[in-house]
Design a protein around this ligand. Structure first.
Ligand SMILES: *Cc1c(COP(=O)(O)O)cnc(C)c1O
Length: 212
């Protein structure tokens, strides 16, 4: 994983410190957090509020850990999510932003953008992004870090590249610096296209027992 990252950084003329690895621990037990933490990984990504809740008491004492929510946030779980996560990466409506703001805790957030026409996928359309930025800007407890996306699944990492490029362009047009993009199979392309955060599960921890 680190060797693949180094090679991508070299190709892109970028530095390791520009990239935050979010270790995706969904469907792995709390012990995996502790191991990863001791190896220097401090950012963790989880997809399900309820699942993370069950591990939280085992990992909340990891002093410098930052917990990222990267799944679809149902509004009835939003308040609980604000209590156990530091970063919510999947804001896709002004209503969700306001609901998180109402919890009264300082939070980092990202806007999830849907760049392909996929029925089942969450995420805001690119043309909705400016209004979402305004809505988040009106929420004093929320700090907007940037944009997040998940391209349609393909074995071929190069198929993701145009989506990564479009996310970077969209962020640039809107004055945003943070780009959460790239997973185990396509993070090199994401790093080459400007990712600042890559979300890595399988390449760090192996296959998950259940599909997610
Ligand atoms: C599961 C997941 C990942 C990590 O996927 P891997 O292929 O295991 O690296 C990244 N981002 C999101 C949104 C995910 O749901």
């Amino acid at each position: 994983m680190e060797a693949r990252l180094e090679q991508a950084l070299t190709r892109a003329g970028r530095q390791r410190k520009e990239i935050t690895i979010v270790a995706v621990t969904k469907l792995f037990p709390a012990a995996v957090f502790q191991q990863a933490y001791s190896l220097g990984l401090h950012h963790f990504g989880e997809n399900y509020v309820q699942e993370f809740e069950s591990k939280y008491s085992h990992v909340s004492s990891l002093q410098h850990a930052r917990f990222h929510f990267i799944g679809h946030l149902q509004s009835n779980k939003a308040r609980r999510a604000t209590e156990i996560f530091h970063v919510l990466q999947t804001i896709d409506t002004p209503k969700l932003a306001r609901r998180l703001n109402e919890a009264g805790k300082a939070l980092d957030v990202m806007i999830e953008v849907k760049l392909a026409e996929e029925e089942a996928k969450a995420g805001a359309a690119p043309q909705e992004v400016p209004a979402l930025i305004d809505a988040i800007g009106a929420c004093p407890n929320l700090r907007l870090l940037g944009l997040m996306t998940m391209p349609p699944w393909s074995e071929d990492a190069e198929a993701s590249r145009p989506y990564f490029r479009r996310l970077r362009e969209l962020a640039g047009r809107n004055g945003l610096g943070g780009l959460s993009m790239g997973m185990s199979h396509d993070f090199e392309a994401a790093v080459e296209e400007g990712a600042t955060m890559i979300r890595i599960g399988t390449a760090l921890f192996g296959r998950r027992s259940k599909p997610a």
